[in-house]
Design a protein around this ligand. Structure first.
Ligand code: GDP
Length: 451
């Protein structure tokens, strides 16, 4: 996510570090590099102009010249301006005061609307809502099916039209406005608290598409119309967003495919150009690859300051509280940490999602991008397979793992004996660390942590 932009900006700031004073030429040089980095990331030209203009004005002002550390002051200004173009405060989803909250999704075909519909439903369900997904995308032949698959995965019902049969025996497309209206009745009758309406997209913006979306909007009177935009569409982002704003108008934006090797320009332009807040971000194809959008956290990630808050939230969601309490209890009582515990911790770690994504949220990780890219997610799966091939007695007491047991486990898990050996060794190291923690009453000092 924003890898290139992030690298360029952080290396620009490196040049300022340690300077006692910044001349106007220093500042102009920095601004020039920021401008180039933004343009290369496909940020819209007017946005780049406003952004760099604001930075220059502030950097030349008293804020920087009077500062003890002008370089840091410039980073601070860039951070604040980034937060500002990303929208400032995060804006929560609006809910209806009475009746179901209606959320309508609009955007080009392939932007990720249907995928997002499932993620949003899953997210809202996690908050205790009872969403209904509505398939009002009757253009693309497979769209209704796709939404049904997505709904099944999220465990959320889908309202879809019954396909009629024309005289020629073809499937009738039906009328999306009627479908949406029927769905609203259904939602009221079944007391769904949220209705998510997926609409049709086209490859390009066209009048018919806009009219249909506008008609659906009129019919369902949504609390939110979310414009879903692929972060990878580059300079087209502005034209597309403007067309949708004029054609349907929307109350918020969702950025998708932020996980890709994207230049991210759309993300940085769309809020500034449309004045509409970014509410969510989609970061992959899985149901959990979804985040509430926080401008400050996103700016932190772009400037490689990390995003600890999102990391903590994801950990809280993934970790089983009871299990965590049980582990903490074990550690304080000095009980032995077993391979069963090891397995359970690993599975919880897996619940948190991609390791790469998590590592990327740590501050300063931009410099370790290559190592992160090389991180092999399958390692967790392999470790799990090995432990699952052990008997409960072996998991509780790995000391009994002699040669023949190890080779049985290796063949049971489809691994080599050397893999089993290395896992047992790693486990023993972890066990030692847990014992030290129990004795010392806290985390042992990690190497590299000064103190
Ligand atoms: P729609 O036409 O707007 O409904 O778009 P879809 O939901 O069908 O998505 C189009 C393609 O993009 C599908 O292959 C999705 O799996 C993929 N996709 C959607 N969201 C994301 C995302 O956040 N990251 C990645 N990598 N792929 C996505």
């Amino acid at each position: 996510m924003f890898a290139n932009l992030s690298d360029r900006l952080t290396s620009t700031f490196k040049g300022l570090r340690g300077k006692g004073r910044l001349t106007e030429a220093d500042i102009d040089g920095t601004i020039r590099e920021i401008r180039r980095a933004l343009l290369d990331a496909d940020v819209a030209v007017p946005v780049v102009r406003t952004f760099t203009g604001n930075i220059r004005e502030r950097a030349l002002g008293a804020e920087v010249s009077g500062a003890l550390n002008p370089g840091e002051q410039v980073v601070k200004i860039v951070n604040e301006e980034l937060i500002s173009i990303l929208g400032g405060e995060s804006r929560p989803l609006r809910h209806a005061k009475t009746g179901p909250t209606v959320i309508m999704l609009a955007g080009l075909q392939g932007a990720g609307k249907t995928t997002l519909a499932g993620k949003l439903a899953h997210h809202l369900k996690g908050q205790g809502q009872t969403p209904l997904l509505v398939a009002a995308d009757l253009q693309r032949p497979n769209a209704v099916n796709q939404l049904q698959v997505v709904g099944e995965r999220a465990g959320v019902p889908v309202f879809a039209p019954e396909p009629g049969v024309t005289r020629e025996g073809e499937r009738q497309r039906g009328n999306p406005v009627k479908v949406a209206k029927k769905a609203m009745k259904e939602a009221e009758q079944r007391q769904h608290s949220v209705v998510i309406v997926d609409t049709a997209g086209r490859l390009g913006v066209d009048a018919e598409l806009m009219k249909q979306a506008a008609d659906i909007r009129k019919a369902v009177e949504p609390d939110e119309v979310l414009f879903v935009i692929d972060s990878m569409i580059g300079q087209d982002a502005v034209a597309t967003a403007t067309a949708f704003q004029e054609g349907v108008d929307f109350t918020g934006v969702v950025l998708t495919k932020l996980d890709g090797d994207t230049r991210g320009g759309a993300a940085l332009s769309v809020r500034e150009v449309t004045g509409r807040p970014i509410l969510f971000a989609s970061t992959g194809e899985k149901l959990d690859d979804f985040e509430v959008f926080h401008p400050d956290r996103m700016a932190g990630r772009i400037l490689d300051m990390g995003d600890i808050l999102t990391l903590i939230e994801q950990a809280e969601k993934a970790f089983d509280q009871e299990e965590a309490a049980r582990m903490a209890d074990k550690v304080t009582k000095g009980e032995d940490f077993t391979l069963t515990d090891f397995l359970s911790q690993m599975q919880q770690l897996k619940n948190m999602g991609s390791m790469k994504k998590m590592l990327g949220m740590l501050p300063g990780m931009g410099q370790m991008r290559e190592q992160i890219e090389n991180f092999d997610e399958r390692e967790l799966v392999r470790t799990e397979a090995i432990i699952q091939s052990m008997t409960p007695a072996e998991r509780d007491n790995p000391k009994i793992l002699n040669g023949s047991r190890r080779s049985r486990i290796a063949s049971g898990s489809g691994m080599q004996v050397s893999d089993v050996n290395s896992l047992v060794k790693r486990f023993e190291d972890a066990q030692k660390m847990m014992r030290a923690m129990a004795k010392g009453g806290g985390m042992p000092q990690m190497p590299g942590q000064g103190g």
